[in-house]
Design a protein around this ligand. Sequence first.
Ligand code: ADP
Ligand code: 5GP
Length: 186
Amino acid sequence: MSTGKLIVITGPSGVGKGTIVRSLLASHSQLSLSISATTRKPRSGEIDGRDYYFVDRQKFEAMIDNDRLLEWAEYAGNYYGTPKDKVEETINLGKWILLEIELVGARAIKQIFPSSLRLFILPPSLTELERRLRSRGKDSEEVIIRRLARAKEEIAASQEFTHCITNDNLGKTIQEIEKLIFDCNI
Ligand code: ADP
Ligand code: 5GP
């Protein structure tokens, strides 16, 4: 049986992870995405079961207690976690799965799946990151400030990842990631 690939995409909020992941999924049918559970409230346009499983804290804590999460973390006041079932099932089928998760979760995945491909997406600058976060227009000022503070901590840890990619030109970033994913032999 062939072994599945686990690909982790991490980077500060607003750097373009969601945009990159949507593009990869649209072009490559062999890739699937792990849908995370979160206690964050849905943003406008987000759909339960497609973007996240939106749950309350009690339900999330029950998922932790029942060992249903591969990893989880608290980020900017909310819980986020990767349901175990789909990742294990996909890997066991020899298929490829993408996890779009933050730093604490990426560190946990490194321990569980040391051979995973772990990509860190960097912004061209902190000014551009802030511009992107604001131009997305989905977060309050308080949330933007928390995310920018966390961004600095995350960027400082970028060297822990197997590869760092600066998302300046989106098309080039996607090409670079495609090369890493499809050329790698994990
Ligand atoms: P994340 O998922 O990392 O929080 P998003 O994918 O939501 O980030 O992107 C944040 C904003 O930045 C969006 O408005 C998106 O269209 C924009 N964006 C993404 N990549 C680029 C890029 N290379 N250049 C300019 N804007 C970008
Ligand atoms: P957002 O609220 O912008 O959708 O996500 C906030 C942060 O949580 C992002 O860095 C995103 O990658 C991360 N995240 C999303 N799902 C998970 C998850 O299942 N586990 C962890 N650890 N982080 C996640």
